[in-house]
Design a protein around this ligand. Structure first.
Ligand SMILES: Nc1ncnc2c1ncn2[C@@H]1O[C@H](COP(=O)(O)OP(=O)(O)OP(=O)(O)O)[C@@H](O)[C@H]1O
Ligand SMILES: [Mg+2]
Length: 271
């Protein structure tokens, strides 16, 4: 099994320490975010127990004074970005990711509802379907358990994505962020990648499979790509580097949205 993981590009940040013997992983979390991460992850874990769609790591301990959360170690998991790079991210997996985040949006209920910052959340939550969001739903935080053949959703520290600790907003936030990450996770390419487009559609199909329409997606998505670029640049001291890295995929992303074919995802709805 161990060998299998090695063929994938898995990056473990310094904030995380793995203890394989005890089957735990200790994650260092900023004081301002730790309580939120604990609360959201615990609820997400409970949610994961009610579905076969995805797994969430269980919290086994937390130390607020030291700023650490101890999670049950999930062996043999790899980020979807690693699967994508290896050409192993299948339509089935990505379709299940869509179903999973749909399940989260429909069922995750947090005790505190903090709306996204207005300047970031450009769709009015009272006008469009809103929910508690994962917030950092990307190909790195969504992983795949190679043994159980199941999706794993990590990093429920919603607030890290937003200047303020928002956790509630229009569902397109998570969707468009994920789709953007399809285009920016893999190697930068000058050419529009049809296979990424297919994955994006599979993801939306998974999300819409219980027949609700996503009519505003096109309008939102375009804005969303530029929004994400802005956010990344603001958060990074290396603005130019980010700009360079994201420039081409961003254009691809904008292109994707500009030709977004609503019928393509709604076909499945027809009897
Ligand atoms: N329970 C777990 N079992 C196995 N590996 C894990 C677990 N939790 C985290 N990891 C590994 O550690 C990495 C970082 O975890 P996580 O995303 O929660 O931390 P982070 O500090 O937010 O990282 P980043 O800022 O890079 O997103 C994951 O991509 C994964 O490889
Ligand atoms: Mg992460």
């Amino acid at each position: 099994m161990q060998k299998e993981v090695k063929k994938y590009k898995v990056f473990i940040p310094k904030s995380v320490e793995i203890n394989k013997e005890e089957q735990i992983i200790v994650k260092k979390v900023e004081a301002s975010k730790i309580e939120l991460e604990i609360e959201v992850t615990k609820l997400a874990y409970q949610l994961s127990q009610k579905t076969d769609l995805f797994t969430v790591p269980e919290i086994v301990a937390a130390d607020l004074a030291n700023g650490t959360i101890t999670y049950r170690y999930l062996e043999n998991i790899v980020p979807l970005s690693a699967l994508l790079i290896n050409g192993e991210l299948t339509a089935e997996i990505i379709n299940n990711v869509g179903k999973s985040i749909r399940f989260v949006h429909q069922n995750l209920v947090l005790t505190q509802k903090k709306s996204l910052d207005k300047s970031y959340d450009f769709l009015d939550p009272t006008q469009y379907r809103s929910a508690f969001l994962h917030g950092d739903f990307t190909l790195n935080n969504v992983q795949y358990d190679l043994t159980a053949k199941k999706i794993v959703i990590l990093d429920w520290s919603t607030s890290t994505s937003f200047g303020k600790a928002g956790n509630w907003g229009v569902v397109y936030w998570d969707l468009s962020k994920f789709i953007s990450s399809i285009f920016i996770s893999a190697k930068v390419s000058l050419f529009y990648r049809k296979e990424y487009e297919n994955l994006a559609y599979q993801f939306i199909k998974g999300y819409t499979s219980n027949q609700e329409e996503l009519l505003v997606l096109k309008k939102f998505g375009k804005k969303s790509s530029s929004f994400e670029m802005k956010l990344d640049a603001e958060n990074s001291p290396q603005k130019l580097y980010y700009y360079y890295r994201r420039y081409i995929p961003w254009r691809q992303c904008a292109y994707f949205w500009s030709k977004f074919d609503f019928k393509k995802v709604m076909k499945i709805k027809l009897p």
